[in-house]
Design a binder for this molecule. Structure first.
Ligand SMILES: [Zn+2]
Length: 433
């Protein structure tokens, strides 16, 4: 190759590099979701960017500087949810850099990460604004509801999907995330009307929560049951009916269950949150062991729910299905996932949107939950005032202590001679009914 040609290629490469460099990356869209203790901002980008993040006080602001970028989203049309972000402003710096300023109500700790393109999205820059104070209101409220004597059972009601993860959608445009929230709210209301029960909504608004955060929240609230509400979808529009799922440690019980688990678990990827809290091997083994115990409990709940759902409409599968859902992987709380109906079936989509039907679904779920607790009362709850069904980990001494009866009286009432107890065995609690 001649020196002349090398110089020519070199010049072309420089020119190309300059053209590529000179093209600013478009910020095509900006969305904000507010959860009780986190606000998430997602910027849809035309390419990868370099950015810098810092906070300013008096008044509190978060400033995001993006190099070589131009704002194509219209901030005036931004639908700001109620939350700590009061306004978003933009400006141009050094002729080609973009500055975004978020005006805040109070100080928040920002964190940011860039997401690579996925199936439905290009590059995204995610900004998480976390409350500086720890603990959210619902946690405190649930704890206050736990007196030392007999307490109501706590049910964590999880509305599937939310925020940038809409879930499945129907032909009429119904989104799973909206339907699940309506049903969840109705169910929570029914539960709270029952003096022996207390509901906590895991998600109570249109925001995204990673799957692991959902179950962590349920655990923090000392929930006795975790119920995740969803709507099913299948390419064949004729598929119909409700299904109830529990966690399976070994493979899914049907091909459909496997597909569904893959889709619901993908919510974390849609939400774009890297699962930073990967459990070490030992922890996973321990979790697996204890899951064996609660899977049986979960099966009891699931059967009670399925029985009630069958009374109000068709069910897709008459048996409880098992699949490997991340959202159900709570080591110590019986957990179920309910696919209320097929949103992909036009008739069922219409039903899912209908308030009366939503209420009927919520009532069926409430009845199933109540039935489960009546038959399997957790220790120390209002359901357990007459008898106690042995759960994994129970000891005679602990039971006696909880119900404030002597060990002898408990032994005598149940004709027990040793300390051996069997899971599922029902003990009479003396001096009560
Ligand atoms: Zn779903």
């Amino acid at each position: 190759m001649s020196a002349m040609r090398i110089r020519w290629w070199g010049a072309l490469a420089c020119l190309l590099a300059w053209v590529v460099q000179a093209q600013p990356v478009a910020v095509r869209d900006l969305r904000i979701w507010t959860a009780p203790d986190n606000t998430r901002v997602v910027l849809e980008l035309g390419g990868t960017v370099e950015h810098r993040l810092f906070t300013l006080a008096h008044p509190d602001r978060v400033v995001l500087d993006i190099s070589d970028a131009v704002l194509k989203a219209r901030l005036q049309r931004l639908d700001l949810p109620r939350g700590p972000v009061r306004a978003v402003r933009s400006g141009v710096r050094h002729h080609h850099d973009l500055r975004l300023v978020f005006d805040l109500d109070h100080h928040l700790r920002p964190r940011s990460f860039l997401l690579k393109p996925s199936a439905d999205h290009g590059y995204r820059l995610v900004l998480d604004l976390a409350s500086a104070h720890q603990g959210s209101a619902p946690v405190k409220r649930a704890r206050e509801m736990l007196p030392k004597a007999l307490r109501p059972v706590v049910v964590a009601v999880d509305a599937g999907h939310g925020g940038q993860d809409p879930g499945a959608h129907g032909r009429l445009g119904t989104r799973e995330k909206d339907v699940t929230l309506s049903i969840a709210r109705r169910l929570a209301r029914l539960i709270d009307q029952d003096p022996a029960m207390h509901a906590v909504l895991v998600r109570n608004g249109d925001y995204f929560l990673p799957l692991r955060t959902r179950m962590r929240k349920a655990r923090r609230l000392h929930a006795d049951l975790f119920i995740s509400i969803h709507a099913d979808s299948f390419r064949d529009a004729r598929a119909r009916g409700a299904s109830v799922y529990i966690l399976s440690r070994r493979g899914a019980s049907s091909e459909m269950a496997r597909m569904l688990a893959a889709r619901e678990n993908a919510a974390d990827r849609v939400g774009g949150v890297p699962l930073g809290d990967k459990d070490p091997v030992l922890k996973r083994v321990l979790v697996d062991l204890s899951q064996g115990a609660v899977i049986e409990e979960s099966l009891h709940v699931a059967q009670a729910l399925l029985y009630q759902l069958r009374r109000i409409g068709p069910v897709h599968r008459r048996q409880v299905q098992q699949a490997g859902f991340v959202v159900l992987k709570s080591p110590d709380i019986p957990s179920v996932l309910v696919e209320t109906a097929f949103i992909s079936n036009p008739r069922e989509e219409r039903l899912l949107k209908d308030g009366h039907h939503q209420q009927a679904l919520a009532r069926a779920l409430y009845r199933g939950i109540r039935r489960y607790f009546r038959d399997n009362p957790p220790m120390g709850t209002l359901f357990a005032s007459r008898r106690h069904r042995i759960r994994p980990g129970d000891t005679l001494l602990a039971i006696a202590h909880h119900y404030d009866v002597s060990l002898q009286a408990l032994r005598k009432a149940n004709d027990l001679h040793g300390d051996r107890l069997q899971v599922g065995q029902v003990l009479r609690i003396p001096g009560d009914g």
